[in-house]
Design a protein around this ligand. Structure first.
Ligand SMILES: Cc1ncc(COP(=O)(O)O)c(C=O)c1O
Length: 377
């Protein structure tokens, strides 16, 4: 048996009170008992998304809600703008193209952030674009995009603004309504501190108008079905009852703590993680780092080995790079049920692994820098 530390950008560790709910007997989902839970969950989701609009729960990983945000908005041949800055932004391109959308890219190289001015330009050049798709925190690189600025630009056009907040929700300030986000999507296994398996989507009035015109084929992800069932506190298909019961508990934990307090805590953890990386001589990766995952360049040729050794020898899971960044960066997450002590353990083990792999570092320096940042707030 080995003690495990999950410092990956999803799944994340979950609080014990949330995990315990998963052991309760299964409820039937067409009952008043379940409806009361679902209603409570729906209200809690409105709080975390910071929206007055309905938030629908779909059984499936975050990508299910991303696909729902495409099939319910586009028709084959429609023009859409995708502003990608990493693997998950590229996923919007792939999903949109698989439904026959004409994708105009306002993308930037991985590691950079999306430029609001580029989106403005793309919208001027493509006034017929039906939607603009982008990512809040791009987990594959560790950057955060200025959703507020982009939202302001898109709100002045007829295009619907659609944001992947799968990894950033709860972990970093995100305001669906105030930032003019028409469709926001997320998933259960990150900031919401829950097991994987649920995804979420919320739509503005402007988005609903696009839904009325969308002709892409859909059945399970037909959002109108979710809206209809929502009116009676139900889901259109059998929901993962266990996950929804535990979601009620995680939302309670989040509400008790307060979103603003959580945002500040993750901000501090991010600051400490960045200080730790720098102190170890690891150059930070990404133009504007987000607050849920810290990326740093790995010493030449050992990115994969760092991740593997940490996990196999010390039970500490972090993430490596994806796509072209495979082996080149390491990603150390601070999202979900993660505290200061977890971060320090992660850094202590990272120092041991770097030393074992022959990297010249001064042991204790990363931990000390992280401690300093944590102590100074
Ligand atoms: C930003 C972002 N978008 C989308 C996804 C896809 O979510 P899932 O793997 O739950 O389908 C992830 C998961 O890592 C993510 O971090």
């Amino acid at each position: 048996m080995k003690k495990q530390y999950l410092l990956t950008p999803g799944p994340t560790p979950i609080p014990p009170e949330v995990a315990l709910k998963e052991a309760l007997p299964i409820l039937h989902h067409r009952t008043n008992e379940f409806a009361a839970i679902y209603k409570d969950v729906a209200e809690g989701l409105q709080y975390v998304f910071q929206t007055k609009n309905e938030v629908y729960t779909i059984a499936g990983s975050g990508t299910a809600a991303m696909e729902a945000a495409v099939v319910n908005v586009v028709s084959a041949g429609d023009k859409v703008i995708v502003a990608s800055c990493g693997n998950f932004g590229d996923r919007w391109v792939k999903i949109a193209q698989s439904y026959g959308a004409n994708v105009v890219q306002a993308s930037v190289p991985w590691g950079n952030v999306v430029k609001p001015a580029e989106i403005e330009k793309a919208l001027k050049e493509n006034p017929d674009a039906k939607a603009v798709y982008t990512t809040f925190t791009e987990t594959s690189t560790g950057v955060v995009n200025d959703i507020k600025a982009i939202g302001e630009i898109v709100s002045k056009t007829d295009a619907v603004f659609i944001v992947d907040a799968v990894s950033g929700l709860v972990g970093q300030e995100f305001k669906t309504d105030d930032w003019n986000v028409d469709i926001a999507v997320s998933g259960s296994q990150k900031g919401l501190m829950l097991a994987p398996g649920l995804s979420f989507i919320t739509l503005s009035e402007k988005a609903w108008k696009a839904v009325e015109n969308s002709k892409a084929p859909k059945f399970y992800l037909d959002i109108k079905k979710y809206k209809k069932s929502y009116a009676t506190n139900e889901t259109p298909f059998t929901p993962p009852v266990t996950l929804i019961v535990s979601l009620q508990e995680s939302l309670k934990v989040i509400k008790e703590k307060g979103l603003e307090n959580l945002w500040s805590e993750y901000k501090l953890l991010a600051k400490a993680a960045r200080a730790g990386m720098k102190a170890l001589g690891l150059e930070l990766f990404g133009e504007i780092p987000c607050e849920v995952v810290t990326s740093a360049k790995a010493p030449e040729g050992i990115g994969g080995k760092i991740v593997k050794t940490l996990r196999e020898k010390y039970g500490v899971s972090i993430a490596g790079g994806q796509g072209d960044l495979k082996g080149k960066i390491i990603r150390f997450a601070h999202m979900g049920f993660i505290g200061k002590a977890d971060l320090l353990v992660g850094f202590a083990c990272l120092e041991m692994v770097l030393t074992e792999l022959g990297v010249q570092i001064e042991k204790g320096k990363g931990v000390a820098a992280a401690e300093e940042a944590l102590l100074n707030g």
